[in-house]
Each structure stands twice: as structure tokens, then as C-alpha cells.
Design a protein around this ligand. Structure first.
Ligand code: AMP
Ligand code: MG
Length: 277
């Protein structure tokens, strides 16, 4: 089965995260054994992004959501690292600024959405407004509970206008998070990533799971599907996401645009210039 189907949350289904193994590697034995496949999908990503950029018919929006240490930065590095920086961008969603907070919650997401030909990765996204906001009661329930429908309408509008949307939840176990917190403590080059909020948020793990399960269940749609990616193994997480993006872009059957000039004529001019040289 292709990965597009294998890890997709079927629209209308109810997600139970504890039934999905965060340590899955599919049929792969090890990182080393998968190295060739990883390189293959990275090359494919590069080719397909070049085509997307040249064709200017579609744009691609990749949303990344995860618990702290889930690996959003690693995915951005891996996926964007394979692409030509011309035509790619990352948008990070932090606590809303005063200006953002004065608008509706989708305003900043819409502003950051990709233009035709462009790839944009959302590092966190408009889903924070039904996750952290819900867990900490930052707005009344009556407000956040209507946001699922508002998000679906918003995403439908983007896709109707040529944006391809792929949304990834990086699924790690609670034990894996603790291990990664420890690695951060032990590695001075990672100390800057540590925040007190991380440990505080860990105390809300079950509330976040409930929030994610509702968002994944209600907002995985045909036009803008969610994928639950087993993310305890970083290399498998990267491979799975690269492969899903490749499979999706391939399904678009993009074509390089036809030349806008008469090539016969240009060739004649070229040969004349070469003779004159
Ligand atoms: P980081 O991605 O680690 O730099 O942290 C960004 C922080 O901003 C996270 O704790 C998010 O939960 C928080 N954040 C993102 N969007 C919102 C939002 N709409 N309302 C409140 N907090 C948010
Ligand atoms: Mg953080």
C-alpha cells in the first residue's frame, strides 16, 4: 500500500492515538537499511518541487503539528533541505502578536499561505487554536468548538484555489519525549531549545491527546487530509513524510510548461550567433 493511504486519517473516522504505534518502522529493519530509499525520495522531492515551481499551477502547504520534541524542526530540515530554497518558505506559529490577536484566528494562516508555485511549511499552524487554546481555556468553549468547521471551510477555500494541503501529526510516545528532554539537557548545543513550558505542557499530555484526536478526526478531509506519522524513530518519520509528499505531488501529473517562444526560431538565431563568433 502506498504511504499516502497507509498513514492517512480516513475522513470521517475516529482517531484513537493509543491504537497507533509511534515506534513503527513499517517493514524497514534499520536506518542503514533504509538509507537508499531515503535518498531516493529526497531526490524525487527535489525534482517534483522544481516542476511545481515551473508549472505555477499549484501550491503546496505542509502543516506540522506535534507534542514538544516531536521533531518538527527535524522534518523541516529534511524536507526543505531537499528542495531549492527559491520557492520554499517556513512560517512559524507562536503566541499571537497583538496585531494577530486583534484579527480572527485564521488571518495569520491565510496571510502565510503559499502562492502558486510555492511550497510553505507551517511549523505549528492554525490548529494551535483548537489545541493549546482548548487545553488552557484561552477562549470559551463556545468559541473554540466552532473552529473545527471554520478550519474545514478555510482549507476547502484554499484547495479550491489550487493549494494542495498535507497535514502531519508527528506521533511520539510520552517515554520518547522524556528521553528527548534528557538528550537536550545532555547536549549544550540543544540547551537553547529547553523551555520551562515544555515540562509544564507535559503535565497536560492527556488533554493534548484528546485535543489532537478531535482535530484529527474532525478535520481530516478529502481535500486536506491529516496523516499520523510514527515519529519515535526520526529517520522513519522523515522517510514517511518525504514519501507521502512525493506520492501526492506525483498524483498531480504536473508538466513543465510549454515554451513561450518559437524554439525553431531561437535555434536558428543561436546557430547564426555561434557561426559569427
Ligand atoms: P515553539 O514552537 O516551541 O517556539 O513555541 C511556540 C509556542 O506558541 C507554543 O507553546 C505554542 O503552543 C504557542 N502558540 C502557538 N499558537 C498559539 C495560539 N494561537 N495561542 C496561544 N499560544 C500559541
Ligand atoms: Mg518548544
Amino acid at each position: 500500500m502506498n504511504y499516502l493511504e497507509r498513514f492517512k486519517v480516513a475522513p470521517g473516522s475516529k482517531v484513537k492515538l493509543r491504537k497507533l504505534d509511534p515506534a513503527s518502522k513499517d517493514a524497514h529493519k534499520s536506518h542503514k537499511a533504509a538509507a537508499e530509499e531515503i535518498a531516493h525520495y529526497q531526490n524525487k522531492l527535489r525534482e517534483l518541487q522544481d516542476l511545481l515551481y515551473a508549472e505555477r499551477g499549484h501550491s503546496l502547504l505542509i502543516c506540522l503539528q506535534a507534542m514538544d520534541t516531536g521533531g518538527k524542526d527535524g522534518v523541516i530540515n529534511h524536507v526543505l533541505g531537499a528542495m531549492n530554497p527559491q520557492g520554499c518558505r517556513v512560517a512559524a506559529f507562536k503566541q499571537p502578536s497583538a496585531e494577530e490577536a486583534a484579527h480572527d484566528f485564521l488571518w495569520r494562516a491565510h496571510k502565510a499561505a503559499p502562492a502558486r508555485g510555492e511550497v510553505v511549511i507551517f511549523n505549528r499552524s492554525h490548529y494551535e487554536d483548537v489545541l493549546v487554546v482548548r487545553v488552557h481555556n484561552l477562549v470559551p468553549k463556545a468559541v473554540w468548538s466552532r473552529r473545527y468547521d471554520e478550519i474545514n471551510d478555510f482549507e476547502q477555500n484554499l484547495t479550491a484555489n489550487g493549494t494542495q494541503i498535507l497535514k502531519f501529526f508527528l506521533h511520539i510516545s510520552k517515554e520518547e519525549q522524556l528521553k528527548r528532554f534528557k538528550e537536550r539537557l545532555d547536549d549544550p548545543s540543544k540547551h537553547w531549545k529547553i523551555s520551562e513550558a515544555d515540562y509544564k505542557e507535559r503535565g497536560f499530555w492527556d488533554d493534548y491527546v484528546a485535543g489532537y484526536e478531535e482535530a484529527l478526526s474532525r478535520c481530516s478531509t478529502k481535500h486536506a487530509p491529516w496523516f499520523v506519522i510514527p515519529a519515535n524513530h526520526k529517520w522513519f518519520r522523515n522517510l514517511a513524510i518525504a514519501r507521502i509528499v512525493v506520492e501526492h505531488l506525483e498524483s498531480l501529473k504536473m508538466q513543465y510548461p510549454k515554451p513561450t517562444v518559437d524554439l525553431k526560431c531561437i535555434r536558428r538565431e543561436y546557430h547564426a550567433a555561434a557561426k559569427d563568433k
